[in-house]
Design a protein around this ligand. Structure first.
Ligand code: ATR
Length: 274
């Protein structure tokens, strides 16, 4: 039987850990799969997609900067992909391309399972209102936090994002609000950094009182200590990076493709050690 082929498409793509993660999952089930990194030209996402389909690939993960183009390429979209406005997991069949977004689910599963922190009934602060933030809004609301505050440098952008989710907030009975960083006044149980400020080593102007000793300060970035993580640590918060989210979003994609739920803890642990 031919080996099932999958890929991760991005630009750049060399740094991607997805092949190692998916191969580690496949090994848990004694499955042999192909999973490779595919560098698509910045103006060549659709052509790359057509090539992979023609070559018999069954699915692909999509990373920066193509998650919005992937969304537009799909003929079927899951509810969470629609809410995110972006797609990170594609499944191909002969007739059409189906798109899903496993990023938010990955974040929530990491917080619940590996950070041992419930979101239900908690005061949650989400920093940022770009693609990364929008991608996690629906899964966060589905956990029914008591508060979900979105703080962003440009408040208009945060308000526009929040407006899209107001009906979901009503059904989860969550108090949804927008703030600037300096206007934040509550102490939060969970603070999630979904800004890209860490990429430029920029600090966010956060009031120190948002962190308590038992606050989980979660940065969606991984691989380096960001200024956000340093600020939170200095304020006594418990700090986590986004490595667990990366592995958990991959586990959800693996489940979509193979119908199998891999063990994530040993994979996270092996990446931490290396
Ligand atoms: P991504 O897909 O990573 O979310 P994006 O859509 O460009 O990228 O969004 C970047 C987010 O990080 C935005 O919320 C941005 O704030 P603005 O909407 O005000 O631009 C935020 N961000 C990036 N650099 C920042 C910085 N130095 N300080 C504060 N916020 C920053």
């Amino acid at each position: 039987m031919a080996v099932e082929k999958y890929a991760v498409i991005g630009n750049p793509i060399e740094h991607s850990k997805s092949p190692l993660i998916h191969q580690a999952f496949a090994k848990q089930f004694n499955k042999v799969i192909g999973y490779e990194k595919v560098l698509a030209p910045l103006d060549g996402f659709d052509v790359t997609l057509q090539r992979l389909r023609a070559e018999g690939y069954l699915g692909a993960n999509v990373t920066v900067p193509f998650k919005f183009e992937a969304f537009n390429a799909c003929q079927a979209l899951s509810a969470r992909a629609q809410a995110a406005g972006a797609v990170n997991t594609l499944s191909f069949n002969e007739q059409y391309i189906a798109g899903d977004n496993t990023d938010g689910c990955g974040l929530v599963n990491d917080i619940l399972q590996h950070q041992h922190t419930l979101l239900a009934g908690k005061k949650v602060l989400l920093l940022g209102a770009g693609g990364a933030a929008q991608g996690v809004m629906l899964p966060l609301l589905q956990q029914k936090p008591s508060h979900l505050t979105v703080a962003n440098r440009s408040v208009d952008k945060a308000q526009a994002m929040l407006d899209k989710f107001s009906s979901h907030a009503v059904s989860s009975e969550t108090i949804l609000q927008v703030k600037t960083f300096v206007d934040l006044s509550l102490a939060y149980d969970i603070v999630i950094n979904a800004t890209s400020a860490g990429l430029t080593d920029s600090s966010l102007q956060l009031p120190v009182d948002i962190f308590q000793a038992n606050t989980l300060a979660y940065d969606m970035m991984y691989g380096r200590e960001t200024p956000f993580m340093q600020q939170a640590r200095a304020a006594g918060a418990h700090v986590a990076d986004g490595l667990g989210m990366l592995v958990e979003q991959a586990a959800e994609a693996f489940y979509l493709w193979h119908g199998l739920r891999p063990e994530t803890a040993p994979v996270i642990q092996s990446f931490r050690q290396s």
